[in-house]
Design a binder for this molecule. Structure first.
Ligand code: BTN
Length: 239
């Protein structure tokens, strides 16, 4: 696995996308500081400064897109949960891939497909984890309640050690995951999911879908029901 270290970049995902031709499959791009982090659904990822993790996995598994690639964000959320559990924490996954501790967001994951015309070039799978942040800086994250690993364990966290562990655990089962798909992690994912069997509303682009979150199906989609009618969501943001 090749590691590219940048002291500062606009976004590790953008860097990986722009340089995908020159980056090997399974490389990782790590920045100490990220000035224009990208988030899901056109949001930004607030820069909480050095001491936090800004990382992108560069993945070039094949020459054409496969459905299973859409589940890589969920695979990464499970990998992260298992690492956080080693710190004695009880992380939860808010569908599709936000990782929370005590209801507060500690990490965000964003996968982007890289195309050149109609050619599939690969994926950039970015993850930001709040590792060392002050309460004061966290207050600048206004859209959601957030937390940071150092605050949860009352200890500073070694960013490089955390990164190495995350990359090692990610690649340990990555090839297997590409073969088997979401079903490989379904139980691990569901056992950490919050909001199942509760009434929720999900923002889906400009639409709001409300109902009971019934299940996560074999494709990692959210199955909901409203007035006895079932429907399935593939994308969205639980409000
Ligand atoms: C989200 O929760 O909205 C996803 C946030 C993803 C942030 C990470 S930080 C590293 C990588 N580079 C980016 O620009 N975004 C991802």
């Amino acid at each position: 696995m090749k590691k590219i270290y940048l002291s500062e970049v606009d976004s590790t995902n953008l860097y990986a996308k722009s340089n995908i031709e020159n980056l090997a499959d399974k490389s990782i791009v790590h920045a100490a500081n990220q000035t224009a982090g990208r988030g899901r659904l056109q949001r930004t990822w607030v820069n909480l400064g050095e001491g936090n993790l800004f990382l992108t996995f560069v993945l070039k598994p094949s020459n054409s897109f496969n459905e299973v690639y859409s589940n890589l964000t969920q695979y990464l959320s499970v990998v992260l949960c298992k690492i956080l559990e080693e710190y004695g924490l009880k992380p939860q996954i808010k569908w599709p891939n936000d990782v929370l501790i005590n209801g507060k967001k500690i990490a965000g994951i964003l996968s982007e497909t890289v195309m050149q015309g109609s050619l599939f070039k690969g994926l950039v799978l970015g993850i930001g984890v709040n590792l060392n942040t002050s309460e004061k800086d966290l207050a600048s994250v206004i859209d959601k309640e957030a937390t940071s690993l150092n605050l949860e364990i009352s200890k500073l966290v070694d960013v490089n050690l955390f990164l190495d562990k995350l990359a090692e655990e990610f690649f340990a089962d990555y090839d297997n995951f590409l073969q088997k798909g979401f079903e490989l992690i379904k139980n691990d994912y569901i056992s950490r999911t919050c909001f199942l069997d509760t009434e929720i509303c999900v923002q889906v682009f400009n639409d709001k879908k409300c109902g009971i979150a019934k299940a996560i199906n074999d494709k990692g989609e959210l199955v909901m029901s409203n007035n006895q009618k079932e429907f399935v969501l593939t994308i969205g943001d639980i409000l």
